[in-house]
Design a binder for this molecule. Structure first.
Ligand SMILES: NC(=O)c1ccc[n+]([C@@H]2O[C@H](COP(=O)([O-])OP(=O)(O)OC[C@H]3O[C@@H](n4cnc5c(N)ncnc54)[C@H](OP(=O)(O)O)[C@@H]3O)[C@@H](O)[C@H]2O)c1
Length: 288
């Protein structure tokens, strides 16, 4: 991307979008929008925006992210995660803009994995959320636009709603909590992901294709919650339970750790360990 080019960020009121706002570089003009300014489901509005602002890069942080509710609101999830992504890809192609799109480890789960999943593994979503996110990915690939799809997982931030904040609240209110210990993944501090996206936008890096990005390491939700409680110095007892005992509405992958060798090789980046980033994020939360 050339100096002064304009970068449109959609869904910029969410966790990742808010992190991007905080680290946006000054060499480019960033146009931050959420649904009130730009509804990505409106083809007319997206085309008008991209055309009138001469957008060179679209970073799509907008999504329907409520995994359990998606099981009931299938149409809405599809409209935002699949149909609107197809619109963005079509318009990116029309105006030769590059589309940077965020996808998820939840496109896996139907096939049993027990080692980190590479970018070219066969997707096998278990629920509506993963299904609709996969359809969004497919629409991008088929559109012929220039794209980067970044698959991430277990996103948290000082902004928005997320697991870290939920656990911090629960351990401050209760003496004992139970957390699922048979789902293994990699937490991701949205700030780390935002920094990688900024690198991808920089003019010296011309990557395209599908890339995995999460923090380093793998944990269960239970391990993750124990770490949060330890960092808080909480006396609340964190106990393990099974997915079946917890009984969430949407099915989730038992193991969805994403392999990051490709992004580390291509971008020559060091990825922080999940615990280091968790401590950093929680430090930021205390300062807010
Ligand atoms: N959160 C995770 O654990 C996780 C894990 C893996 C991948 N991801 C992916 O990472 C990306 C960023 O996730 P996030 O956690 O930052 O999401 P988020 O906090 O839920 O933010 C998404 C934002 O998109 C907005 N939005 C929804 N529909 C829209 C529309 N039609 N037009 C414009 N904006 C719209 C939302 O507004 P409202 O809040 O008003 O709906 C919200 O501000 C998403 O693609 C997500 O699928 C997330």
């Amino acid at each position: 991307m050339s100096l002064g080019q304009k970068i449109l960020v959609t869904g910029a009121g969410g966790q990742l979008g808010m992190e991007l706002r905080e680290i946006a570089s000054t060499e480019c003009e960033w146009l931050f929008t959420d649904i009130e300014e730009l509804d990505i489901c409106s083809e007319v509005a997206v085309r008008e925006f991209v055309k009138s602002h001469h957008v060179g890069v679209i970073i799509n942080c907008a999504a329907y992210t409520n995994v359990d509710r998606a099981e009931e609101e299938q149409e809405t999830a599809k409209r935002v995660n699949s149909d609107a992504v197809a619109i963005l890809a079509k318009i990116a192609k029309e105006y030769d803009a590059k589309l940077i799109h965020i996808s998820t480890d939840y496109i896996f789960g139907g096939e049993v994995h027990n080692t980190p999943i590479e970018e070219d593994a066969e997707p096998s979503p278990l629920g509506v959320y993963g299904d609709t996110k996969l359809m969004g990915e497919m629409a991008i690939v088929e559109s012929g636009c220039r794209y980067v799809i970044l698959r991430t997982a277990w996103l948290y931030s000082t902004h928005g709603r997320n697991f870290v904040k939920t656990i911090m609240k629960l351990i401050s209110e209760r003496e004992q909590i139970r957390v699922v210990n048979d789902q293994i993944g990699s937490p991701t501090y949205a700030r780390d992901l935002a920094l990688i996206i900024r690198d991808i936008c920089s003019e010296c890096i011309a990557v395209e294709g599908i890339y995995n990005y999460t923090n380093e390491g793998e944990v269960s939700w239970y391990d993750f919650a124990v770490a949060i409680a330890q960092i808080c110095g909480s006396k609340c007892e964190v106990l393990p339970c099974t997915t079946a005992e917890y009984g969430a509405k949407a099915p989730r992958p038992a193991y969805s750790v994403l392999d990051k060798e490709k992004i580390k090789r291509v971008l020559r980046c060091d990825i922080p360990q999940w615990r280091v980033s968790l401590e950093e994020c929680m430090k930021q939360m205390v300062q807010l």
